[in-house]
Design a protein around this ligand. Structure first.
Ligand code: WT7
Length: 635
């Protein structure tokens, strides 16, 4: 029996039980039967939760790109691997076959080696959603360089801190990026970023918007001439199963972003397996995930998961609102998309517009629709299901995280009955548990608690780059022996999970995971600001928006508050990116604090939401009188 493809609910339960009883046999068999290895493992897994030490497929040798491309060539060489759909609909789409992808990745891999990149070196990729982004990511993986893709919406200082943290030797970027009717000067952002990054020796620059940029002699090189001159003959690096594949930064509860490190074999096996089953991928399906490759969703379900399965994957450069709100539906029709995977924030934004944007498109090619990034509310779920899925496509609400590498809790299309707003059941190999405040596991159904996972899975991030202690503390110490997700969840009467949202200091805005601490750090740099606290509040389109409570210094009190507010948002925009700007700013004279000095965010959240009932026990506050002032001054 093969475990790779689950065909019905009965089989799901069978495989699930097997994966819990005998995880090593279960994953070992999947790994053995569906991938090519230079050498197989001595041991399927080894772990020590207390030390946050997890290893899979120990001793195995493999190259993920050989599995994504080379092994498909004999059967699928002339099949389209990547469809590139440009920002501007009048620019022609590109169809890149597996043969061509192989050739382009090999050339790029040779370019990287010629420019001095070796196995284990870190390469920062800061590119728009163009084919070069996919090709440079795969070229890094082919030669064992660790890619660190930074979303091309981050500001210069956010890029700098990410480059510096992992000491990248090279940055790959482009002159500029198109985004709807705007363009962004990426290269000049990189120039500013690396002024403070001595580790960067070279910057390779792709041409996209053809603007004038400055090229620094000896450091900056145009990419295309190097590629043209390179050979397409490239021998892939033989990687150990646990060699790092990539670093991807995610926000944390302190100012510094966490560089999550994913390793090679476990990530490969589970992204491929989850892609196959969640989306019920079949040969010749056209898969479109609208995320950016700068996020984990793009890594796992635009690139690695689909390519490992020999699929055709769409890379879309644009935005859902340009040239108008029918863009997504037009692209689905144009390319015959069968699986469409997007975020609740995009759905809510489109649902707000006239149905005339979607109704003219039959969307009959679609088989499965998916959601990711934050809880999908009931209204958005139904709009998506009715108007996009035509009530016939299963809607898979997929819960997972940058740290988990692959989808963890989700319906499997055509297997698991869906229920609006529920991520439903764990994938095989995943053991979710709910924990109460006393750190005990909550048994039974119809319960809520903090969501933990009590057994390792192959694609879990192995560490935080350069800071294993922080990895241990963040994920393995709140509930000893278990991985803590930071999310709250409920389990209904049949055991389905519904993710209710973060229980920590992370806020999800338009599907972007933002920590309160880095935003507060940025605000506190304003010379007039004494202290600040950020909370999230419900927002129709973004899911959550940011509300800032700000205490001004004396010098700030005499200034025009509107100007100060503008400057604060500009600072945030410069330091983190426009996605982290505050929707509302309230100037206050103090913040509610416990005697130990911890800000009571719970109270600030309730005020921001406009819910003045039931602030809970405020007697432990150092300054209970401040609550009324903040309440009365709510904006
Ligand atoms: C956080 C992880 C992994 C994909 C993109 C986000 C929230 C993600 C869902 C969902 C409810 C979800 C959680 C999670 N989240 N998917 N289907 N339902 N919440 O990755 O930036 O690492 O954020 O996104 O709060 O912890 P990320």
């Amino acid at each position: 029996m093969s475990y790779y493809h689950i065909k019905n609910l009965e089989q799901y339960f069978k495989h699930y039980n097997k994966s819990i009883r005998e995880p090593r046999k279960f994953w070992g068999k999947i790994a053995e039967e569906n991938f090519t290895w230079y050498q197989t493992w001595e041991k399927v897994m080894e772990f020590n939760m207390a030390e946050a030490d997890i290893k899979w497929f120990l001793g195995a040798k493999v190259n993920i790109v050989k599995n994504c491309i080379d092994r498909h060539l004999s059967k699928r060489g002339s099949k389209t691997a990547i469809i590139f759909e440009p920002n501007d609909p009048s620019e022609e789409a590109q169809h890149i076959t597996y043969n061509e992808l192989h050739q382009r990745v090999c050339k790029m891999a040779n370019v990287l080696r010629e420019q001095g990149i070796k196995k284990g070196d870190r390469v920062c990729i800061y590119l728009p959603m163009i084919p070069e982004l996919a090709i440079t990511v795969l070229a890094c993986a082919r030669i064992g360089a660790i890619h660190s893709v930074v979303f091309a919406g981050f500001s210069a200082s956010a890029v700098a801190s990410r480059i510096d943290d992992s000491q990248c030797k090279m940055v790959i970027t482009s002159d500029g990026a198109y985004r709807g009717n705007k363009s962004i000067e990426l290269k000049s952002i990189v120039d500013e970023a690396i002024e403070k990054c001595p580790s960067v020796e070279k910057v390779l620059v792709a041409k996209r918007t053809h603007i004038n940029i400055t090229m620094k002699e000896g450091r900056d090189i145009w990419l295309q001439p190097l590629v043209d001159a390179a050979s397409d003959n490239n021998v892939a690096e033989i990687m150990d199963a646990e060699d790092p594949l990539f670093i991807l930064y995610t926000s944390g509860s302190t100012g510094k972003p966490k560089g999550m490190v994913h390793t090679t074999a476990g990530y490969m096996v589970q992204t491929a397996y989850s892609f196959k089953n969640v989306f019920n991928y079949e040969e010749n399906d056209i898969h479109w995930c609208t995320a950016d490759i700068g996020w984990i969703t793009g890594h796992s379900y635009i690139l690695y998961g689909p390519l490992l399965n020999g699929a055709t994957t769409v890379i879309f450069e644009g935005v859902p609102s340009y040239p108008d709100f029918s863009r997504f539906w037009e692209v689905i029709e144009k390319h015959g998309v069968t699986q469409f995977y997007t975020a609740p924030t995009a759905i809510r934004a489109l649902a707000k517009e006239s149905l005339e944007y979607v109704q003219p498109y039959p969307l009959s090619s679609l088989k499965v629709i998916g959601s990711v990034g934050e809880p999908i509310n009931e209204e958005a779920w139904h709009w998506y299901n009715d108007h996009v899925g035509g009530k016939r496509c299963p809607l898979v609400d997929t819960w997972w995280q940058t740290e988990t590498g692959s989808i963890m809790i989700s319906p499997l299309a055509f297997v698991t009955p869906t229920k609006p707003t529920y991520a439903s059941l764990p994938l095989p190999g995943i053991q979710p548990v709910l924990m109460d405040e006393k750190r005990n596991e909550i048994e039974g159904n119809q319960v809520t608690g903090s969501l933990c996972i009590k057994f390792p899975w192959p694609s879990i991030a192995r560490t935080i780059w350069g800071d294993h202690q922080r990895y241990k503390e963040t994920y393995f110490s709140t509930f000893p022996g278990k991985y803590f997700t930071g999310d709250g969840a409920l389990r209904d009467e049949v055991g389905y999970y519904r993710i209710t949202g973060r229980v920590d200091d992370v806020i999800i805005v338009s599907g972007h995971n933002l920590g309160t601490a880095p935003i507060e750090d940025a605000i506190n740099e304003h010379p007039a600001v004494a202290e600040s606290a950020i909370v999230g509040f419900p927002h129709d389109i973004k899911g959550n928006a940011l509300y800032g409570y700000i205490i001004l210094k004396e010098i700030g009190e005499t200034r025009d508050k509107n100007n100060v507010a503008k400057e604060i948002n500009q600072l945030i925009s410069d330091q983190i990116g426009p996605i982290a700007k505050l929707d509302k700013i309230q100037f206050v004279s103090g913040l509610p604090k416990t005697r130990s000095g911890k800000i009571m965010r719970r109270i600030l959240r309730k005020i921001a939401e406009g819910d003045f009932s039931n602030f809970g026990d405020t007697t432990t506050l150092l300054n209970p009188e401040i609550v009324d002032e903040i309440k009365n001054g709510r904006v």
